[in-house]
Design a protein. Structure first.
Length: 66
């Protein structure tokens, strides 16, 4: 691929093609809102899962030492 292949050839495109182009509208994304109860539940669940993982790992290490 040469530079000539990459360059935009303005003569190859007529003004009619630009007039019939599709219009794309971009919208700003709405901020994510999470209710307080859901956020609190997710934090408590993550903490509980971490505690269970730590207790399970300690239990396995205690059994491997025997």
């Amino acid at each position: 691929m040469t530079v000539e292949d990459v360059l935009y050839d303005a003569e190859a495109y007529a003004d009619d093609d630009l007039d019939n182009a599709d219009i794309v509208e971009w919208y700003e994304a709405r901020p994510v809102t999470v209710p307080t109860a859901v956020a609190t539940g997710a934090i408590v669940a993550a903490f509980a899962l971490g505690v269970l993982t730590a207790v399970g790992a300690l239990a396995l290490m205690g059994r491997l030492d025997d």
